[in-house]
Ligand binder design. Structure first.
Ligand code: DOR
Length: 445
């Protein structure tokens, strides 16, 4: 079996940074030690000066396949992901058709098996009328259930209170929710349309998709989880006030209510709308700098458990429409890690805490087997990063099918050097290596 010995890397794992050698055998980590004596047959990589992190398990991406492949495909975006140090992804159900039936889920698993260079998993979508499918589908095949409690790309709003209660009561899977109160959004939008007509300034986006809309919806979802005993995971927090809804009194494995924050809500603030316009139109909206600070604080205090991208590509043509027509979302998987490593260098979070939120915690929350940690016997999903090498996002390097990035021109303080998925080197200093495809994520349940 093929062996690769990575020497002298600074391993960032389980709260520590220590210099170690790591031996890969086949798809798994064989050994981690202060010094591993080469046997002669293995390939050797000298990682002196580099940090080795377990690959990011991104629990929220939109790869648009099937049905929206003019924006992106699992093939293109999984390659952008590994270039960005993301070795596994969990993809969302708002494709066409929506992933709300067993067949649609099987079809996606098949597409990924044939085209994804990263490891893959999917969320099953809940709607107002697929309760029977939710009860009967093979839940070993999905990472969890996704519910849109606020409308966004793909018309998947679940707004029937009775149905919601039944869904929350009828599954043991983690239920991941998009929380924005629809009634509040509609009222805010009507008011802005009356004032501005079609040409609402983008700066008004956080007033329409407001703090109040987020807070109302998140608190309602939490109430429902408490009353039904469901395992709730609230996606993409964007406001300071929502962080108060979450606690840090238990280790993650014992929590029944958890939260996620995405890179764009940690990087941008409403001050950036003037320069970036609709390119940074997201649902939920990027809000105030004070919200951003509170999100960093809650992340560091473990009230927020997981970091994700919510990678949601749209074409430049679509994004350049006026406020009401431009879709929300933007591509992020290739550049989110360099952005967060830059935040590490700026002192916003420690490297150890970052790895906990990107790799360890998604594995714990979704009970992903043998991934998310640097441990012998675990899959060798690894990233080598250079924290001294600066990197500026530029057009030519972009691997997203949509061909643009909200970070274009942004100088980052760190570079992803190499990415291994299941022991295979799939990204090496700017190049995708087509050595092997990714594997399906398996869940302990
Ligand atoms: O901004 C967003 N874009 N938020 C979502 O919830 C969906 C996503 C998309 O699919 O475009």
């Amino acid at each position: 079996m093929r062996e690769i010995l990575i020497q002298n890397a600074q391993l960032v794992n389980e709260g520590q940074i220590v210099q170690k050698d790591l031996l890969i055998r086949g798809s798994k980590i064989e050994k981690i030690s202060d010094h591993i004596t080469p046997m002669g047959n293995e390939e050797r990589i000298d990682a002196t000066g580099l940090h080795m992190l377990p690959g990011w398990i991104d629990d929220q991406v939109h790869f648009r396949e099937p049905g929206l492949t003019h924006k992106a495909t699992i093939a293109t975006e999984s390659r952008a992901a590994v270039a960005g140090g993301i070795t596994s992804f969990i993809e969302m159900p708002n494709t066409q058709p929506q992933t709300t039936t067993q067949k649609a889920l099987d079809d996606k698993l098949n597409i990924a098996a044939q085209t994804s260079i990263a490891n893959y998993g999917f969320l099953f979508g809940g709607t107002n009328d697929n309760l029977e499918e939710i009860k009967s589908f093979d839940n070993t095949k999905a990472a969890g259930l996704k519910l849109f409690l606020g409308s966004s790309t793909g018309n998947m709003l679940v707004d029937d209170e009775e149905v919601l209660k039944k869904i929350f009561s009828s599954t043991d899977l983690p239920i991941a929710v998009h929380c924005e109160d629809e009634t509040t959004i509609k009222a805010n939008l009507a008011q802005h349309l009356a004032q501005y007509g079609e040409h609402i300034p983008i700066e008004k986006h956080p007033e329409i998709r407001s703090e109040q809309a987020c807070y109302l919806s998140s608190s309602r979802a939490i109430e429902l989880a408490k009353s039904t005993g469901a395992r709730l995971h609230v996606f993409h927090l964007s406001t300071a006030i929502e962080t108060e809804l979450f606690s840090n009194d238990k280790p993650l494995a014992e929590k029944k209510i958890t939260a996620e924050v995405c890179v764009h809500h940690l990087w941008f603030s409403e001050e950036d709308y003037a320069e970036k316009g609709t390119l940074i139109k997201w649902n939920p909206a990027v809000k105030k700098a004070t919200d951003r600070e509170a999100l960093w604080k809650a992340l560091n205090e473990d009230k927020i458990d997981i970091l994700a991208t919510d990678h949601a590509p749209h074409t430049m043509e679509e994004k350049q429409n006026s406020y009401t027509k431009a879709p929300s979302g933007g591509p992020l998987v290739q550049h989110a890690f360099p952005a967060l490593l830059t935040a590490v260098k700026q002192g916003k979070i420690s490297l150890e805490k970052l790895v906990e939120k990107t790799s360890h915690n998604p594995a714990i929350l979704f009970r992903i087997q043998n991934r998310g940690f640097l441990r012998p016997g675990y899959y060798a999903d690894l990233v080598l990063v250079d924290l001294q090498k600066k990197y500026t996002v530029n057009q030519e390097d972009i691997l997203y099918k949509c061909g643009w990035s909200p970070f274009e021109g942004t100088p980052f303080e760190a570079t992803i050097e190499k990415t291994f998925v299941n022991g295979n080197l799939v990204y090496d200093e700017g190049k995708i290596i087509e050595s092997a495809l990714g594997k399906k994520l398996c869940f302990d349940r």
